[in-house]
Ligand binder design. Structure first.
Ligand SMILES: O=c1ccn([C@@H]2O[C@H](COP(=O)(O)O)[C@@H](O)[C@H]2O)c(=O)[nH]1
Length: 245
């Protein structure tokens, strides 16, 4: 059972317009952040080079590519992604075929595959519009079960669904939660939000935070505030600042 610090539980989403800005932010955050998410905003302007450089600098990297395609394509894409030596990669968790293909592509590499369940900016009304009769919580749970069955390492879900997922998947399944906001702060375009404390209490392993840190007047102080909340929550969860996985 691996032990991580409260700092490692915070993943900062590098959602900024340019690589230069991302590099400046990483330098400014310095030792206060050890885990970064590189996603779609930086993909076409050098995001993969940045991911490689972050790994060389000893940072952990979550490549948030949300893959979705036919099985053959997903398997080969994931296989190529293993060369980047990143820690986490996302695949959409809509169906078992895609998930199994991703797991086959990962092979015996150290890459952890996370299935995106239901995006945190979606509401019950959005799902109805898509023709779904399930609530977000029901669909997240169903997709988490598929991801578990396929052999994925974990899921992306809002903190609101974390406890339900933990109950059906057990202690070793990773729950990574975006849509994190401090009490009383703006939610931007996020819908199923939670505070860092509640997400960790509910069983999340990592929280993903973007704008509350990247757009803060003092990003380093903002990151330290989130780490403080995680540390307190882990202590209350009874794991004294460390937690399984
Ligand atoms: O369901 C999902 C999946 C991924 N994300 C990503 O997390 C961050 C959240 O950024 P904030 O600025 O803290 O809202 C962003 O990179 C998303 O692409 C998500 O929000 N929800």
């Amino acid at each position: 059972m691996t032990k991580h610090s409260a700092t490692d539980s915070l993943i900062v989403a590098l959602d900024v317009p340019t690589i230069e800005e991302a590099r400046r932010l990483v330098a400014e955050l310095d030792e206060s952040v050890s885990f970064y998410k590189v996603g779609l905003e930086l993909l076409f302007v050098g995001g993969l080079d940045l991911a490689r450089d972050l790994r060389r600098a000893g940072k952990r990297v979550f490549l948030d590519m949300k893959l979705l395609d036919i099985g053959n394509t997903v398997e080969r894409a994931v296989s190529n992604a293993t060369e980047l030596d990143v820690d986490f990669l996302t695949v959409h968790g809509h169906d078992l075929k895609t998930l199994k293909a991703a797991v086959a592509g990962r092979s015996d590499s150290r890459l952890k595959l996370l299935a995106v369940t239901v995006m945190t900016n979606l509401t019950a009304e959005d799902l109805t519009e898509q023709g779904s009769t399930a609530t977000p919580a029901e669909l997240v749970l169903r997709r988490a079960e598929l991801a578990y069955k396929a052999g994925c390492d974990g899921v992306i879900a809002s903190g609101q669904e974390a406890a339900g997922i933990r109950a059906v998947t057990g202690p070793d399944f990773l729950i990574v939660t975006p849509g994190i906001r401090l009490q009383g702060s703006t939610t931007d375009d996020q819908e199923r939000v939670m505070t860092p404390d509640h997400a960790i209490w509910a069983g999340a392993n990592h929280i993903v935070v973007g704008r509350p840190i990247t757009q803060a007047d003092d990003p380093k102080a903002a990151a330290q505030t989130f780490v403080h909340h995680i540390r307190e929550a882990l202590a209350k969860r009874g794991v004294g600042g460390t937690r399984p996985h």
